[in-house]
Design a protein around this ligand. Structure first.
Ligand code: ATP
Ligand code: IP8
Length: 272
């Protein structure tokens, strides 16, 4: 068996948003048709260098909110809530993993709860040895936003977006692909402002300005801060020279094309 060196692998980090694989206006509602379609596209693309991170959507977010998990440990009643929130993330992860595994994709699930510790919500340590070895051996690691232990707060919520940026920097990724349920990054939430203009290409400096200008409608979506936080998390990876594409992962073949580097509509963000 040929085991590659990590330096030989130009990794792609693909985030599949909770807005893509769940119905965020309901609770615990997965979009199985989209999950199946994405799994088909990943099988067809057959990538050897992919890490997937999926979000919480209508699984993790409502429970995390109900028990105020992101604010940290304040009282005993949150203990069960923490366990429940983590559990529903593993249920969503299981649905996604099922779709990959039964298509013959060598996907392995990596629970952030078991390998990440945060400090005030930021990743403090992340045991990546297994993830790196899986990549070298040709597996497809799948991670997800999760509840994690925090050295200051007791516990908190770790967003998939923070994981994406962290992994992209640590693995010196070739690119980041952010799949959401809208076509890219707009001046305002396109679901609320039909005429909002989409940014097709942004430099790092332009992205920082757009981030500053995003209003309340881009913040309030969920416990991890919606589109505005997504942009804030991306900034360090772009600073490290990793380009990112925000695109609509619900559109037919867009995940396939994004992995393959084919041109699709979206917001491309590059350092210069
Ligand atoms: P999750 O955190 O559950 O993984 P996600 O990563 O798919 O979800 P959200 O946090 O739900 O993403 O953000 C995507 C949503 O952000 C879109 O559905 C869109 O309506 C909303 N949105 C708000 N402001 C903007 C904006 N300026 N540009 C694009 N989308 C925006
Ligand atoms: O949807 C959130 O991850 P995200 C995970 O990537 C939980 O922000 C537990 C709500």
């Amino acid at each position: 068996m040929r085991v590659l060196e990590l330096s030989q692998i130009s990794t792609i980090i693909l985030k599949i948003g909770g807005s893509v694989i769940t119905n965020k206006s309901a609770e615990l509602e997965a979009r199985m048709d989209i999950i199946s379609s994405i799994a088909d596209q990943i099988r067809e693309a057959n990538p050897k260098n992919l890490v997937i991170v999926h979000g919480g959507g209508s699984f993790g977010h409502p429970l995390a909110q109900r028990y105020a998990i992101r604010d940290g440990f304040k009282d005993e009643s949150q203990i069960t809530g923490f366990a429940e929130t983590h559990h529903v993330m593993t249920v969503l992860n299981g649905l996604f993993m099922d779709a990959l595994i039964w298509r013959g994709i060598p996907a392995v699930s990596i629970n952030p709860l078991s390998c990440v510790l945060t400090r005030k919500g930021r990743i403090q340590c992340f045991e990546m040895a297994q993830l790196k070895q899986f990549l070298k051996m040709g597996f497809l690691p799948v991670l997800h936003g999760d509840t994690v232990l925090d050295t200051e707060l007791g516990f908190t919520v770790l967003s998939g977006d923070q994981l994406v940026s962290y992994l992209a920097i640590q693995l010196k990724a070739e690119k980041i692909l952010i799949g959401v349920d809208v076509d890219g990054l707009y001046e305002e939430d396109p679901k609320l402002s039909a005429g909002a203009r989409m940014h097709e290409r942004l430099s790092l400096e332009e992205l920082k300005k757009v981030h500053e200008s995003l209003g309340e409608s881009s913040t309030a979506a969920d416990v991890t801060g919606g589109m505005r936080s997504k942009i804030a998390e991306l900034i360090p990876a772009i600073e490290h020279g990793v380009p990112a594409l925000i695109f609509n992962a619900t559109k037919p073949k867009y995940v396939y094309k994004a992995i393959k580097g084919e041109r699709i509509r979206g917001t491309l963000i590059e350092k210069e």
